[in-house]
Design a protein around this ligand. Sequence first.
Ligand SMILES: [Zn+2]
Ligand SMILES: [Zn+2]
Length: 259
Amino acid sequence: MDTAIKKYYQEQLIEYLKSTTRYRNADSTIVQKLIDAIEVDLLNVIHENLHHDIYVVYEFMDKDALRNLINETNRGKSLAAQNEQSGGLLREAINFYLGYLDSKKHPLAEREKKGKKKQPSKEIKPVELVPKGENGTSSQKAKPETTEPESYDKLEGKKSEATVTRYERDRGNRKACIAHYGYVCQVCDMNFEQVYGGLGKDYIEVHHLHPVSQGERQVNPIEDLIPLCSNCHSMIHRQEDVSDWEGLRKKYLENKQNY
Ligand SMILES: [Zn+2]
Ligand SMILES: [Zn+2]
């Protein structure tokens, strides 16, 4: 997928976001945080958990897999911790990307629909975003879905502050890890730019060595995170011990000689 197409997908995503209650009037930095969470963090989560070798998140169309990821952020150990650490931004990113796929805005989703009978589109509602009415909603008359409680802005303001702070710390960790190790796979020494030229510039996956404990303690970007190429990243997840990158490197170096 070239950058022009990627940009087009992103524009469609922004258009979709602007059509939702939550992001209709959001300022551009808040929108940008969500887009970054979708393009960077969700892409990493897809690599980490589903082992899909996609270059940009917009190529990922498997809605069932995304729904499973949302469940994982509620129940699964490592994703729940990751979501917690992002202040809920991870789950929000998955929800909104899923909503984007379901809307007519995603170019491929639209193409997919044309082949089928037209069905009333099921909007995926982002969870936990709109607080419930004070005394339940059952007594209210049917209203358009866009009606919001007055307290919405205040609640959301607080929530975004927490979200942004945690999210920035998370991004900072990723940056610090790459600043220390470089864009170099620590298992096989591969550098994407060397292999793919400009296309591979500044691309690397960052692996959490101790994902389960993430929510409990501060992540040390040098001890707990490690840059890996996509191959080694897939292989480390096939090991029983996903933190044993040195063992994987040993295997790699041994077998490389015979190959
Ligand atoms: Zn590698
Ligand atoms: Zn990983």
